[in-house]
Design a protein. Structure first.
Length: 127
């Protein structure tokens, strides 16, 4: 069964481009155009990974991520921030809110797919 990716971004062209690329890589995609809708979509579709923008009109990505991490059923879902804000402060806030990765826009599609594959691959601890 293909892994589910939830894209939360307020720009429909970004969602469309990401969806096409991720589907070509074998993933199923779901999307939401703001933070509140993203939280509801996460509850409904139970994605394997969330790709999350920072700057959105109703709730920023940092708050969305914090709320996800505070929800027992959703707290283990890896979050990959995808943002045009490449300042060190944004990267630090992404990590502090519970993000697994940070990729800057404009994004390299192969780098994004590699990051998704990486967070989906369980780490093996040597015995």
């Amino acid at each position: 069964m293909p892994k589910k990716i939830l894209i939360i971004d307020d720009e429909p062209p970004i969602i469309a481009a990401l969806s096409v690329r991720l589907k070509k890589s074998g993933y199923t995609t779901h999307s939401a155009q703001n933070g509140h809708a993203g939280l509801k979509a996460a509850e409904n579709c139970r994605p394997d990974v969330i790709v999350l923008d920072i700057r959105m009109p109703d709730m920023d990505g940092f708050e969305v991520c914090r709320r996800l991490k505070e929800t027992d059923d959703l707290s283990q879902i890896p979050v990959i921030f995808l943002s045009a804000n490449i300042k060190d402060e944004a990267k630090a806030n992404a990590k502090a809110s519970g993000g697994s990765r940070f990729i800057s826009k404009p994004y390299d599609a192969e780098k994004l797919v590699a990051a998704i594959d990486d967070v989906l691959t369980p780490s093996v601890t040597p015995t």
